[in-house]
Design a protein around this ligand. Sequence first.
Ligand code: UDP
Length: 327
Amino acid sequence: MAGRFDYLVTGGAGFIGSHLCERLISEGRSVCVLDDLSTGSIGNIETLLTSSRFEFIQGSVLSVETVNRSVDMCDEVIHLAAAVGVENVINKPVETIETNVSGTENILRAARKNNTKVFIASTSEVYGKSWKVPFKEDGDIVLGPTSRNRWSYACSKALDEFLALAYNHSYGLPVVICRFFNTVGPRQSGRYGMVLPRFINQALTGKPITVFGNGTQTRCFSLVSEVVDCVLALMDTPEAVGKVINIGSTEEITILELARRVREISVSESEIIIVPYEDAYPSGFEDMQRRVPDVSRLVDLTGIRPESDTTSIIRKIIEYGIPEGTQ
Ligand code: UDP
């Protein structure tokens, strides 16, 4: 039976979610968003609210009743709602674990009733401290001790993956699971820790650019619009069902080089300062040194991958305007 909407997007008022909704609406699809606005904002979806093909429900994935009602209205679910950002994860550990674990459980249970296809957003955090770069989906995951609550995020997301795969194996529920690597673009806020909007905000407002640790740690940054392309391509690929798939760029850059590049492209006179981890984060934090995806599974399944280079991504974000920095 066809639902009232083509898609339910949980976390649709968030950074990735709102870009995904914009794309779906521009392609003529109908979308219902479920978001509690904890880290997302109405501003992100403002332009969509007038569309007759768009509906916004303010609510939590922790409410079984709300989740059941929302899932029942839609043909497919893209489940992005989660606790985001290193700062939130460290400062609000109970909320992080509960939202990520119970929220996903509620979605999967609701989807099972009508065998609704579900996209589960996971994260490269799941690889933890693994040194086997580039990270392959079937590689071992290496997490730190439970006394350091950064790892609760990785662990809660790994549990989401186990649960989604179990629903697929035991009940035949069509699930597609993706591990997002660092995704950036217009509208991303630096409020919850994300490094690139922070650096750009600092460079454009003349504040010091804060490099944590010694700056030799690396990341790969992909543009949100290209990540959205990959998500939708995977949802349209039957062979992706029951699989875990990395989505990210493979251009690796150190955080210090990122700071230099942002400073140069924005023609900023901001000073680049090194901030020791102890001063940057509350205790319980451990950083990851390198984080690079192997994207061969993504390419084999869809023929596409995030391709924009870091320099052009920085330019694009700067063109859009000054991102929100720390509060
Ligand atoms: N980082 C930094 N300065 C900041 C914010 C973050 O040097 O103002 C560093 C952070 O310690 C990490 C990297 O940038 O090594 C990426 O951090 P982010 O929180 O964006 O993402 P994640 O650690 O989840 O990849």
